[in-house]
Write a protein that binds this ligand. Sequence first.
Ligand SMILES: CC(C)(COP(=O)(O)OP(=O)(O)OC[C@H]1O[C@@H](n2cnc3c(N)ncnc32)[C@H](O)[C@@H]1OP(=O)(O)O)[C@@H](O)C(=O)NCCC(=O)NCCS
Length: 150
Amino acid sequence: MLIRKFELRDSIEVSKLIRNAILNRDNRGYTIEQIFSICNHHSGENMMLDFDKKIGHVGIIDGKIIGVSMLREGEVTKVFIDPEYQGRGIGKQLMNLIEKEAINRGIRKLWLISSLPAIKFYENLGWKTVGDFFHEKWGKAVRMEKEVIR
Ligand SMILES: CC(C)(COP(=O)(O)OP(=O)(O)OC[C@H]1O[C@@H](n2cnc3c(N)ncnc32)[C@H](O)[C@@H]1OP(=O)(O)O)[C@@H](O)C(=O)NCCC(=O)NCCS
């Protein structure tokens, strides 16, 4: 797998990958409207906004983007892996890169909003739940944090 920085031209392909990952995950606890609102939040258009404030990485296999992670200041805004490639350590690899980028930028604490099915993944990587989060459009989630140490 090749890993490189996310570029503006990846936005559409990445938004399709995210949509596929969301639609194929365990969506118990969410309504159809909430699921599609979450997909729309990760649209190619939104991805292009404030591009200069974001640091993203994409994983590529056979010329196809199969994973993405993104950091915006101290917030991890995206980690999504193509369903066909989940469970192979790629999400963990992309999260480790985010931590390295944060350390290089002097960010000591990272935070994210995790949807319910991803909580265990983050816990496995040392993240702690610090509170519930509810968004009218996206439904239930939790806020998680992690101190990053060099
Ligand atoms: C959640 C997601 C990013 C994880 O990526 P992945 O590449 O499948 O995960 P990895 O293979 O790197 O797993 C890393 C570790 O976390 C564990 N893990 C991964 N997903 C898990 C889950 N849903 N529940 C419990 N543990 C999980 C793995 O067992 C592995 O443990 P190990 O290091 O002890 O072997 C990916 O499955 C995904 O895109 N899911 C759908 C979309 C989503 O929910 N994204 C998060 C948005 S908040």
